[in-house]
Design a protein around this ligand. Structure first.
Ligand code: ADP
Ligand code: MG
Length: 274
């Protein structure tokens, strides 16, 4: 097994406490677009600290399901629970503040800010004072600024961008921008991460780096849900695979079981191996 490249230091803030109930529960969720049943009665629980991959053919409803969980789309019926909270009526920003964070594939860096500044943007999710300007800062504001800086530093270290903290973010290559998008979300202090095709378009070395980051986040107790097409990648990172086909969950299990599931092979995998 690949060893995570970073061990969470004793005083790390980027560690998630374990709880006994599921991190996330999707209960009978339905989402239709006109006559298209994009998500059709999806029900599953996600364990704290697990990495779940959502797979299925194009148009199966993977992105729709993820967007319903994040709150970017309002589902038609069913419930979505974050821990014990039914977040179904909550808008996406409230879900994010409660720890349900989305990593965008195309996070555009804020121009004029360096890599560190871009990671600090994520801290808006929990700051009380916001970024203070001017000289009339209270001790509370100064303390919070220090906390913001430390959280962003640690998030950058975690994805391996620490040495580039003072580079202009817009000069980063594609693969590193993806890592920066993750760092920004980690600075939000999330518990559950949602990622839609996070390694699409990456080169082999960048994918390998991403795999290490996901395994490291798992070791730290984060819960992750990834939509992924690359079956080799899925086999290397997933504890569990959920298979969607035409909006319905048709299989649920570890990669070693999914790769032999006749319905999955027929619907999706063909001769590919997980
Ligand atoms: N905003 C939308 N309006 C209408 N139909 C949509 C919309 N988003 C997705 N769909 C349809 O819902 C189905 C599932 O799409 P999607 O969730 O994007 O699939 P996947 O991510 O698995 O490829 C498809 O038939 C797609 O055409
Ligand atoms: Mg999609």
């Amino acid at each position: 097994m690949l060893r995570p490249p970073f061990r969470a230091p004793e005083n790390s803030r980027i560690v998630v406490q374990m709880g006994s109930q599921p991190a996330l529960s999707v209960d009978g969720v339905v989402k239709s677009f006109g006559a298209v049943h994009a998500v059709d009665e999806a029900t599953f629980d996600v364990e704290v600290g697990s990495l779940t991959c959502l797979i299925g053919p194009n148009g199966a409803g993977k992105s729709t399901l993820l967007n319903c969980v994040a709150g970017f789309l309002r589902h038609d019926s069913g419930r979505i629970l974050l821990g014990a909270d039914d977040v179904s009526p909550w808008p996406s920003d409230r879900r994010a503040r409660a720890g349900l964070a989305t990593v965008f594939q195309t996070a555009t860096p804020v121009g004029g800010l360096d890599v560190l500044g871009n990671a600090m943007v994520g801290c808006h999710a929990w700051t009380r004072h916001g970024f203070a300007t001017g000289i009339l800062r209270t001790p509370g504001q100064r303390r919070e600024e220090k906390e913001i800086r430390e959280a962003a530093d640690e998030a950058l270290e975690l994805v391996g961008l620490g040495p580039l903290a003072h580079r202009s973010a817009t000069t980063l290559p594609f693969g590193q921008l993806r890592l920066l998008a993750i760092a920004r979300v980690l600075a939000q202090r999330p518990r559950v991460l949602l990622l839609d095709e996070p390694v699409a378009g990456l080169r082999a070395a960048e994918k390998a780096r991403m795999r290490e980051v996901f395994l490291d986040l798992k070791a730290r107790g984060f819960t992750q849900i990834l939509v992924e097409h690359d079956m080799q990648f899925v086999g290397a990172v997933a504890d569990r695979v959920l298979v969607l086909d035409r909006g319905k969950l048709i299989a649920d299990g570890p990669p070693s079981v999914i790769r032999h599931d006749a319905r999955v092979i027929a619907a999706y995998l063909g001769t590919a191996t997980v």
